[in-house]
Design a binder for this molecule. Structure first.
Ligand SMILES: Cc1ncc(COP(=O)(O)O)c(C=O)c1O
Length: 273
């Protein structure tokens, strides 16, 4: 709504449910060129060869596909403004934020509580944005009003402050990245070593935030879920749209939780393998 119009075209990468929802919404406001899609293979990978047209007004992609468990490990090289939905991996790893013209991220994964949305914008890009849209939807108006165009959700913002202070106290994003790498390696290595589990995602595109897996024998899924429940582990079920299992490794999850889960996986595999 801010950057696209009926006379212009924006380029989008379709690598997951959230990206495809962004495409659907963008089509309400202008022309959309989908440069590549992995929909046909159930979004089990990030499309790897595509060309982004230089005359598009921006290129939009999702850095981490929360539901499907894929992640873009490199920032795409494009000649046009780069726009990213970083909702599910912001602050989980170091990134060159200067490469982006517009970043948005819901706070509820790695920043704080639901109700807050982080937006980082290149001022020059923002200045070129559309006018004549509702004030509440116009990013420039939020900037002009110091993010207080309407009543801010103060408690949710306070939770963000506490979370960011905690992140700083442990050494910031660099330290967090090392912990996240350890968590993801432990989990993926364990899953790979146990033939009872199946990893559907292309190895090079595996997400360090959301590990998705299924059981080779689907009959065992209910018993695995039950085993997790008995040990007090909840939230391991995959998103309702894809099934299987999904372990979210957001910043707040300690390495010890992954150690406990992988021990359970090994025990389960020894009984059912
Ligand atoms: C990558 C991504 N984008 C967008 C959303 C939607 O966020 P919200 O529910 O805050 O609108 C989510 C939610 O999980 C997400 O993971």
């Amino acid at each position: 709504m801010n950057f696209l119009s009926k006379e212009t075209t924006a380029a989008y990468l379709d690598a997951g449910v959230w990206g495809s929802k962004a495409i659907k919404e963008a089509k309400l406001f202008g022309n959309v060129k989908v440069v590549a899609s992995s929909k046909e293979t159930h979004y089990d990978r990030i499309p790897d060869s595509y060309a982004v047209p230089d005359d598009a007004v921006y290129f939009h992609y999702t850095t981490n596909n929360t539901i499907e468990g894929t992640q873009m490990h490199a920032i795409p090289a494009v000649n046009i403004p780069l726009v990213a939905d970083m909702s599910s991996d912001i602050l989980s790893r170091q990134m060159d934020f200067n490469r982006f013209d517009f970043i948005y991220a819901g706070a509820q994964k790695n920043i704080g509580a639901a109700g807050v949305n982080l937006v980082v914008a290149n001022k020059g890009f923002l200045e070129k944005g559309n006018t004549g849209i509702p004030s509440m939807m116009e990013y420039r108006q939020h900037v002009a009003n110091g993010s207080m165009l309407n009543t801010p959700p103060v408690f949710a913002i306070y939770v963000c402050l506490l979370t960011l202070r905690w992140l700083k106290s442990i050494g910031g994003v660099a330290a967090m990245e090392m912990i996240n790498d350890k968590k993801a390696s432990l989990l993926y290595n364990t899953l790979e070593s146990l033939p009872v589990f199946h990893l559907p995602v292309a190895p090079q595109d595996r997400s360090l935030m959301n590990a998705v897996f299924t059981m080779k024998d689907p009959v065992l899924e209910a018993s695995f879920l039950q085993a997790c429940k008995e040990e007090g582990m909840v939230g391991v079920k995959g998103h309702r749209s894809v099934g299987g299992f999904r372990i979210s490794l957001y910043n707040a999850l300690p390495l010890s939780s992954v150690e406990t889960l992988t021990a359970l996986m090994k025990h389960f595999a020894s009984k059912h393998g």
